[in-house]
Design a protein around this ligand. Structure first.
Ligand code: ATP
Ligand code: MG
Length: 266
């Protein structure tokens, strides 16, 4: 498959996080590069996989600029500047929508926070286009509590897409979903990744199979024997392995073996 990995879009350098004597994250280093493929707006999908309690949500907050690490830095953008809160769209573990606003109005918040100014008429058109694309058109006048958990999650993802942020960070996007819904979220995330060349989805999750099925690159976060603090213990280049960008991937023998092997590495 023809592709190139080019410019660095995000870089985490020597991230350490301590709470007092408690070392949570240790020496985390990673780089996300722009992947290009001929005739496609190929975005990036990467995942950070680790077991419960390992520090994924903490890393999520650091990568999004919401929390500062004890040492180290996260750099993003053309000039690789230190990340600021708000530059990365976040879809938290318990995604938040405004219950007193309709779905339309929740989506509009995304556009209101977009750097690019739009007229009210343009906003309406853009919201309807996205609602149609992501199967939410019939729900625009409803309120969040009238939707299923999966539908609310979709609204929350589209809301972030509409802000124009190229970086979208997801904390456990597959948790609490049945197998069919996991497939739907996977499709949605892939669709979002193909909307723009620079769209970069970062997923933190303990769901090895779902993460590997959707990612071009994955990092395992785990404890190393005798050392405090979780760190990156393995990088999996799914493009290189021929396991990226394939819709039938979950049935592939090599993929199934990879998933089984990774279970022992968390
Ligand atoms: N404010 C804090 N002070 C001290 N320790 C904290 C604080 N916040 C989190 N921790 C600790 O950091 C560790 C990692 O927590 P984190 O929420 O990042 O785990 P996680 O990998 O996201 O787990 P899960 O998969 O269950 O969501 C935990 O041991 C937690 O107790
Ligand atoms: Mg968490």
């Amino acid at each position: 498959m023809e592709f190139t990995r080019e410019k660095v879009l995000l870089k985490a350098e020597n991230i350490n996080l301590k709470y007092g004597e408690n070392h949570i994250l240790r020496d985390i280093n990673l780089e996300i590069q722009n992947i290009t493929r001929p005739n496609l707006n190929q975005g990036q999908v990467i995942s950070l996989i680790g077991r419960s309690g390992i520090g994924k949500t903490q890393l999520f907050k650091i990568l999004s600029g919401l929390n500062k690490p004890t040492t180290g830095k996260v750099l993003i953008g053309e000039d690789l500047h230190p990340v600021q809160a708000g530059e990365v769209g976040i879809i938290p573990q318990n995604y938040i929508l405004f219950n007193h606003r309709s779905i339309f109005s929740n989506l509009k918040l995304g556009l209101d926070n977009c750097e690019k100014p739009h007229t009210e008429e343009e906003k309406k058109t853009i919201i309807h286009e996205h609602a149609k694309l992501f199967d939410l058109e019939q729900h625009l006048n409803k309120y969040p509590q009238q939707l299923s958990g999966g539908q609310r999650q979709r609204v929350s993802i589209i809301q972030q897409v509409l802000t124009g942020n190229k970086f979208l960070l997801f904390d456990e996007p597959f948790s609490g979903l049945d197998a069919l819904m996991i497939d739907k979220v996977t499709d949605l995330l892939l669709k979002v990744s193909l909307l723009h060349e620079h769209n970069t989805l970062i997923i933190v999750s303990h769901d090895i199979e779902s993460c590997l099925a959707i990612s071009d690159t994955a990092w395992i976060i785990a404890n190393q024997q005798g050392q405090q603090g979780a760190t990156i213990t393995e990088m999996i280049d799914l493009v290189h392995l021929g396991l990226a960008w394939r819709s039938d991937i979950r049935l592939d023998k090599q993929f199934i073996e990879l998933v089984a092997n990774m279970k022992y590495k968390l």
